[in-house]
Design a protein around this ligand. Structure first.
Ligand code: SF4
Length: 501
């Protein structure tokens, strides 16, 4: 077996997993090819959070089954949430599949492939690593991920996993079932990975986890600062507010100390519970933290939030995000919303519209509710008609797009600090502001990986057009890497779009 291809469905957590899977396979001596047609092993990395994942998977497996008839040696694997959730059941239904592997079993992939090659039977390996959790890290000695978008052949941003699993039990969500309970990565591993990434020129790191801000160092290396556990939230009982505290703020401080050359630090996805006083203080104290936070709210109705088992009220959510915005001037918010949740009335939906306006979300990722296997919400029935869900979704987008447009227009004439990612198809440079706005501008110079000042001249529907005002960095990324450490075997890292988990 020489060549592999990975087809990824779903969220950015899955995309991050696919990149790490590719590194595991390259480490075992295989080469990655972009098209399944050219591969000896095709891995379908699935997500079952919002999509009709099994249907999509069936159609992909059917397509690959045709290939397999021509090339019986082709090995078809399924990884990710669907593999974890469906396992043996799906193997019986789709006999073309040779291997199903859960998110925690990726390191075993080379050995399982060797078994397949030796003629072993189809296998399901989907065990949570509860006793000894492992986390897939960037392997900087490996070759580049396919599809790196940087025109300069390098990337400036990277994702770093800090925790996995989820202890929440939102009634619509399958993640606790497919990813297991929360497990945290030791802080020293996280700090070491980020330090190494900055040594090869990475300027921006996004910390990843299903409830990333519940982070607690399993090696207990952080000493809680005096007074940080106190809380004066008006809408949250004192004891519960204390329980919401985590060691995520300490982790952010430790990253800032360990990687002082890092230009930007982001995280996704946080839970409103763990937006605590100490996390707000970290935002105020750490310039490296992005002035944008994506904070899923899901609904603007307390009645629906209760049915969703989100365990906060609209007042609690608003109190916390308002305190964050008060501590960090200009900080913007985006969110996730589900419309048409079981029992959602017109009045509940109008409360969601009201919340969107009051919070001023500059980005709303909204979805129509759909039933997910094994989730508690199945018992509630799916009683909002599909046509009503579609109408509410359209109305929500109309409101949120108007807010976004007003916000982007307000930036015309201002100067933004932009981390340049690469050239787009038209030859213009593209990058993101510290608040995550997409900014395009023209320049004949090589600017990938640099921080520049851009004067905004026009707001488009979802991006900004500007003129280069000033190059902030004196150093190109390779020189930058050399300036902070002996450069390692620098390879491009893949830039992923920011979108909700
Ligand atoms: S929606 Fe998020 S917080 Fe809720 S169960 Fe799913 S992963 Fe956990």
């Amino acid at each position: 077996m020489q060549h592999f291809a990975i087809v990824t469905f779903g969220c950015q957590m899955n995309q991050h997993d696919s990149d790490r899977i590719a590194e595991v396979l390259r480490g075992a001596g295989l080469s990655q090819v972009p098209e399944p047609e050219a591969a000896d092993f095709v891995l379908l990395n699935t997500c079952s959070v919002r999509e009709k994942a099994e249907q999509k998977l069936r159609s992909e497996v059917g397509r690959l089954g045709v290939l397999k008839r021509e090339r019986p040696g082709l090995v078809i694997g399924v990884a990710g949430c669907v593999a974890q959730q469906e396992g043996e059941r799906l193997l019986k239904k789709l006999p073309q599949i040779d291997l199903m592997i859960g998110p925690d079993n990726i390191p075993e992939l080379p050995a399982l492939l060797a078994d397949c090659e030796a003629g072993g039977p189809p296998r399901v390996r989907a065990e949570f690593d509860l006793a000894a959790p492992s986390f897939l890290a960037h392997n900087l000695a490996q070759g580049p991920a396919l599809g790196s978008p940087s025109s300069a052949g390098r990337s400036t941003s990277a994702f770093v996993t800090v925790m996995k699993g989820c202890n929440e039990r939102c009634s619509f969500c399958i993640v606790p079932y497919t990813r297991g309970p929360e497990r945290y990565r030791p802080a020293r591993e996280i700090l070491e990975e980020i330090a190494q990434l900055t040594q090869v020129g990475v300027r921006e790191v996004t910390l990843l986890g299903q409830t990333v801000n519940s982070y607690t160092d399993p090696s207990a290396s952080f000493a809680p600062a005096a007074g940080e556990r106190a809380s004066d939230w008006q809408h949250t009982a004192h004891e519960r507010a204390r329980a919401d505290e985590s060691e995520f703020p300490e982790l952010l401080h430790a990253i800032a100390r360990r990687a002082p050359k890092l230009a930007r630090l982001r995280y996704t996805s946080p839970h409103p519970h763990h937006l605590t006083r100490s996390l707000i203080r970290a935002h105020r104290e750490l310039d490296v933290l992005s002035r944008h936070v994506h904070m899923p709210v899901q609904s603007g109705s307390d009645r629906i939030l209760k049915r969703m088992i989100r365990r906060y009220t609209v007042a609690e959510y608003l109190e916390r995000v308002t305190a964050l915005q008060g501590a960090v001037p200009g900080l913007t918010l985006s969110t996730d919303i589900i419309v048409g949740f079981p029992g959602e009335t017109r009045s509940d939906f109008e409360q969601t519209l009201d919340l969107v306006a009051r919070a001023g979300f500059v980005g709303v990722f909204a979805f129509k509710y759909s039933e997910r296997p094994f989730t508690p919400a199945l018992k509630l029935g799916d009683d909002v008609p599909e046509s009503e869900k579609s109408a509410r979704l359209a109305e929500l987008f109309e409101v949120s797009n108007a807010i976004r447009q007003r916000y982007l227009s307000s930036l015309e004439g201002s100067e933004l600090s932009v981390l340049v990612e690469g050239r787009g198809k038209g030859g213009q440079w593209g990058g993101r502001s510290e608040r995550n706005e997409i900014v395009h501008f023209s320049s004949p110079h090589e600017l990938a990986g640099r921080l520049v000042q851009v004067r905004i001249v026009r707001a488009n529907k979802n991006s900004l057009l500007g003129e280069l005002a000033e190059t902030v960095d004196a150093l190109a990324p390779a020189e930058f890497a050399a300036s902070v450490a002996e450069p390692m075997a620098a390879k491009p890292l893949r830039r992923l779009p920011l979108s909700p988990v």
